[in-house]
Design a protein around this ligand. Structure first.
Ligand code: CP
Length: 386
């Protein structure tokens, strides 16, 4: 090392720590969580799921949770509400169409109003990227990001991880559709129904580490550019050792996404990506965010639709995921969505357990011994998508 280089190293100021999140119970980004924090949350989700419901609803008895939704939602809103109620919390829903937001009230004033009304945590879905950070700064309440614009959807990535782990054989590090913790046996793979395979695999994971998904390739296909689900998964899965292949046309997947972080690659040929994948995550085209972009849907379907024929030919043993809502006949056929390789409804079910753990963390972090999961130093910024 030259003296100049040494001097530069010595005097280069450290990356300033982000003031966010202010509250240790907030979950604004998956990068707020260490790998140990992810492991604790998933373990707690399983504990809470198996907890006696009559005792579980004392955990957050009478605590107040506000669900502030500026965008429509079925899965996220319902599962956060069910999760909060399962722990005994009182919930209230504020949606942009039936509140004073419609009259022009700002996010800041809405948040301060909710705090004045006694809300102790706010779960926010917003169409603008970064809105949860602004709300947290204004209210200093624990804020949970339930999806912000094209940016992040951290609890979706956590429930996707839980679903992947449920299908992962920890001995061979391979995923199988027939391994499942699904509580709906009529939907499960025939091999599982016949008792030919054992499950669930998830219970074998006591601790998640940076090696847990080593050797696992996960393909994410479709509208990556507009997808907060893709972004949160790209920020989470490689930290556990996964290789993430992004697949889609250049209009929906800019080339610079390949530099989004270690473990992330682009493979434009869907069949080639499928042949390498143990997990295939399909995304819908987000018509509401295309902003005039014209796509030839017939061409898109020919290249990127997940059909039964394509799956059988190139990934007959892969597990199929989709965060929903699914558009049957566009990115995925009904046969695949309802078929034995699909874990789509398992993802939905896993949302409740994950969100119980996240809401509990929001309300008990720092107050009841639950350790904060924030990384001690700022991790290197991942290159962003356009
Ligand atoms: N996956 C997801 O966020 O679905 P909703 O929009 O229905 O909440």
């Amino acid at each position: 090392m030259t003296p100049t280089a040494a001097r530069r190293t010595l005097f280069t100021p450290p990356v300033p720590a982000s003031p966010f999140p202010y509250h240790p119970g907030s979950l604004l980004s998956v990068t707020d969580l260490t790998v140990e924090g992810v492991s604790r949350l998933l373990a707690r989700a399983t504990e809470l799921e198996n907890h006696d419901p009559l005792l579980r609803d004392h955990i957050l008895a009478k605590r107040r949770v506000a669900l502030l939704f500026y965008e429509s939602s079925t899965r996220t809103r319902t599962s956060f509400e069910l999760a909060s109620k399962a722990l005994g919390a009182d919930t209230t829903l504020i949606s942009s169409l039936s509140s004073s937001i419609e009259k022009g009230e700002s996010l800041k004033d809405t948040g301060l109003t909710l705090r004045a009304l006694g809300a102790e945590a706010i779960i926010l879905r917003h169409n603008s990227s970064g809105a949860p950070w602004l709300l947290e700064e204004a209210t200093r309440l624990p804020v949970i990001n339930a999806g912000d614009g094209m940016h992040e959807h951290p609890t979706q990535a956590l429930l996707d991880l839980r679903t992947i782990l449920a299908h992962l054989d920890p001995r061979t590090k391979t995923c199988h559709p027939e391994l499942s913790n699904d509580r709906h046996p009529e939907r499960s793979h025939p091999a599982a129904r016949d008792g030919a395979v054992e499950g669930p695999a998830f219970s074998n994971f006591r601790e998640i580490t940076s090696e847990t998904l080593a050797g696992v390739t996960i393909t994410i296909t479709g509208d990556i550019l507009h997808s907060r689900v893709a972004r949160s998964n790209m920020l989470l899965l490689p930290r556990l050792g996964a290789r993430v292949l992004l697949c889609g046309p250049k209009e929906l997947l800019p080339q610079q996404a390949a530099g989004a972080g270690p473990g992330i690659e682009i493979e434009r040929d869907f069949d080639a990506a499928l042949r390498q994948s143990q997990i295939v995550m399909m995304l819908r085209i987000q018509a509401e965010r295309l902003a005039g972009l014209q796509l030839d849907l017939d061409e898109y379907k020919a290249a990127y639709q997940l059909t039964g024929q394509r799956l059988a030919a190139h990934a007959p043993a892969a597990v199929v995921l989709h965060p929903g809502p699914i558009i049957r006949g566009l990115e995925i056929t009904a046969g695949v969505a309802d078929g034995p390789q699909s874990a789509i409804l398992e993802q939905v079910t896993n949302g409740v357990a994950i969100r119980m753990a996240v809401v509990e963390r929001a309300l008990l972090a720092g107050g009841n011994g639950a350790p904060a999961d924030r990384p001690s130093s700022v991790e290197p910024q991942q290159g962003g998508l356009a």
